[in-house]
Design a protein around this ligand. Structure first.
Ligand code: G4P
Length: 529
């Protein structure tokens, strides 16, 4: 398909979010298998060594079998172009996931049938609800023993406050999975096991009458029970309602076994059928940029050192309006400077396939876009700026210094680069000086990335010393002045200009608040909550 044909197709841009091990990599591979992959941006990455692993570029990722990087996979399904934007698998990188959620129109929440709602799932679900992102829930690993389906529905309703509206309902308990009842047609979709998920599972559909006479469906009363529960769900108001879904009040639920490809085609159908297409984007001044306005895009991820052979820097941007054409000159909204994409090919991951055209919802990777930072807007025509992407409240703090002072320059350059990429937050104060900035993170593994990258990319070996703080509050300059000198409190400036007051713990914070009730100590967005 030529890029011109591709450009007129409707878009769906989504991310799969889950707790580690729920099956995100398996599902991504299964989705790619069902669809015709158009471009690959390093999204199909399984655990270390698995076939299809393409984003294993970082030693750390390989060693730990986790994915730190994020990119996008584009494929075609049923006349649509689908963009799957990848999210990191480890909760220490939830800030990255949060940024990715500013680039998607919907999310697929993957839940392990045996584990229910795990901490990471809960956090991310809440972020989606806060941001008004419609969520489709997939209960995975139904081929293995797990929780009761009704119990899982209760958990979603009670712990997240979203009304689950199952589109399919399991026939047979988890671990004795016969298939699902399609709640719209009343048909039975039989589960056929395929070897290791290497091929698409053939789908066998039976009418309700046929299912009622089928020995597999009816064994141990499984079909009857599913029909009964389906009626119960309807009586309880658990039928899909498109407005509620789009408004973030309800979540359609599917039951699947990603490993054997069951439910994957159905998920694609629902994504194309129910998930929203790219719509207007809110701007910093409270207006909106319509999809057919002049070109604009939001940078949600900056990454460098992806490949030893190409030591360059990639900025991933989501097209919000208009058409991106390779070679066009765009304006960088923060600096007002023109930015030529002439040599900044749109490339994806290691494949480096170029994309000539991209439409709203698509993700473009801009090479050597050294001026671009996370949260930046680029555009043509009418100026526009999108609101900055919120940063999370850091909970871990270290002071960083270079071991060999002869490498001080490389250290400074490296810290600046990692700050711009948003790998950690970098805090500074006059008292501490430039030689030992404070690094602040949501998860401690971010520090390991900093250490590894400073050593490998900048030749700067760093010493990190943990600091006795666990809480940060944003403060105005006058408040910062009042806090300075108080025990157990330190005020530092972040590179975006925000002043952060660090407190050793919540008791210290409470004491300060009691002593100075008039001080305004603003809470930052918590780790996803
Ligand atoms: P993640 O990216 O969310 O971390 O999860 P991943 O896909 O790596 O899956 C975690 C484990 O769960 C893998 O097993 C995978 O095979 C298994 N899994 C995923 N989906 C299903 C499913 O539908 N049914 C069953 N039974 N298992 C599933 P592993 O042993 O950790 O890895 P591997 O050796 O199979 O690669």
């Amino acid at each position: 398909m030529s890029s011109t044909e591709r450009d007129v197709r409707p878009r769906r841009t989504f991310a799969v979010i889950s707790h580690p091990d729920a099956g995100k990599s398996t599902l991504t591979e299964a989705l790619a298998l069902h669809a015709q992959v158009l471009t690959e941006a390093g999204a199909v990455h399984g655990k270390a060594g698995r076939r299809g692993t393409v984003s294993d570029w970082m030693e750390m990722e390989r060693a730990r079998g986790i994915s730190i990087t994020s990119a996008a996979l584009q494929f075609e399904y049923d006349g649509h172009v689908v963009n799957l934007v990848d999210t990191p698998g480890h909760s220490d990188f939830s800030e990255d996931t949060y940024r990715v959620l500013s680039a998607v129109d919907s999310a697929v929440m993957l839940v392990d049938a045996a584990k229910g709602l795990e901490p990471q799932t809960l956090k991310l679900f809440k972020v989606c609800t806060l941001r008004g992102i419609p969520v489709i829930t997939v209960i995975n690993k139904w081929d293995r023993p797990g929780l009761e389906p009704l119990e899982l529905m209760d958990l979603i309703e009670q712990q997240i406050g979203l009304r689950p509206t199952p589109l399919t309902w399991p026939v047979g308990v988890a671990g004795d999975f016969r298939g699902v009842l399609d709640r719209q047609s009343g048909d039975f979709l039989a589960y056929t096991r395929t070897a290791g998920g290497a091929t698409r599972a053939p789908e066998r559909r039976m009418s309700a009458e046929e299912a009622a006479a089928d020995p597999v469906a009816t064994a141990e009363g499984a079909w009857e029970q599913a029909v009964e529960e389906d009626a119960l769900l309807s009586a309880d108001g658990a039928d899909h309602d498109q407005d509620d879904f789009l408004a973030g009040r309800s979540t359609p639920v599917l039951f699947a076994s990603a490993l054997s490809n069951f439910g994957v085609a159905r998920l694609l159908e629902e994504l194309v059928g129910l998930a929203p297409a790219p719509g207007p984007t809110a701007t910093v001044d409270g207006a909106t940029r319509e999809v057919d306005d002049d070109f604009s895009a939001l940078v949600f991820k900056v990454q460098s050192g992806m490949d030893a052979a190409h030591r360059d820097r990639l900025a991933y941007a989501r097209v919000c309006s208009g058409t991106f054409e390779r070679g066009m000159v765009v304006t960088h909204a923060r600096t007002g400077r023109p930015f030529a994409t002439k040599y900044a090919q749109a490339v994806f991951g290691r494949e480096r396939s170029s994309v000539d055209l991209a439409l709203p919802g698509d993700i473009v990777g801009l090479v050597n876009a050294s001026a671009l930072r996370v949260g930046d807007t680029i555009h043509t025509g009418t100026p526009v700026e999108f609101p900055p992407i919120a940063t999370f409240a850091p909970e871990h703090f270290v002071s960083a210094s270079v071991s060999d002072t002869g490498r001080a320059k490389q250290f400074r350059r490296g810290i600046e680069q990692l700050d711009q990429e948003g790998v950690v937050q970098v805090l500074r104060s006059e008292a501490r000086g430039d030689a030992s900035p404070v690094l602040a993170a949501v998860g401690p593994m971010q520090f390991e990335v900093v250490q590894a990258r400073l050593a490998s990319e900048f030749g700067a070996v760093v010493r990190l010393e943990p600091l006795p703080y666990s809480l940060a509050r944003a403060v105005a300059p006058d408040v910062a002045q009042e806090l300075s000198g108080m025990p157990g409190v330190e005020v530092l400036g972040r590179s975006d200009g925000v002043l952060l007051a660090l407190f050793s713990d919540k008791w210290r914070l409470a004491t300060v608040q009691r002593q100075r009730p008039n001080l305004e100590l603003a809470e930052l967005p918590a780790g996803g909550a």
